[in-house]
Ligand binder design. Structure first.
Ligand SMILES: Cc1ncc(C[n+]2csc(CCOP(=O)(O)OP(=O)(O)O)c2C)c(N)n1
Ligand code: SF4
Length: 98
């Protein structure tokens, strides 16, 4: 069980990148959700294309790595397909604007 929510993938963000804070906060949020009884297998993640999207490889959660500008549409589709899943997505500013 990956309790620290890490993966063997090498992190290639620049030193000092703000994405590290997002990754750490996200890991803590998932650990809190699990303490509240939410099962990791009921979570699905997505991300757009860009530096932020690498987070998809840094957490051991199921999901669908999306297209640039389509991360929100991707999780909306996942939720429509299976409303029992909890969906989370990541987007850069350009990705979210798209
Ligand atoms: C449809 C499409 N257009 C353009 C690109 C090229 N592209 C790759 S990453 C990127 C910008 C990413 O910026 P942002 O969404 O702000 O994410 P960040 O890198 O800041 O995390 C672009 C334009 C692409 N992959 N797909
Ligand atoms: S967003 Fe990308 S380019 Fe900017 S500091 Fe982070 S890893 Fe480096």
């Amino acid at each position: 069980m990956d309790d620290d929510l890490t993966t063997p993938v090498e992190n290639t963000w620049c030193p000092g990148c703000g994405n590290f804070g997002i990754l750490n906060a996200f890991r803590k949020a998932i650990q809190k959700l699990e303490k509240q009884g939410i099962d990791r297998k009921d979570l699905m993640i997505s991300a757009g294309i860009g530096c932020h999207g690498k987070i998809f490889d840094y957490v051991p959660l199921s999901g669908l790595y999306s297209l640039h500008g389509r991360s929100m549409a991707t999780v909306q589709g996942i939720k429509l397909g299976n409303p029992n899943l909890k969906v989370l997505t990541f987007a850069g500013d350009g990705d979210a604007f798209g």
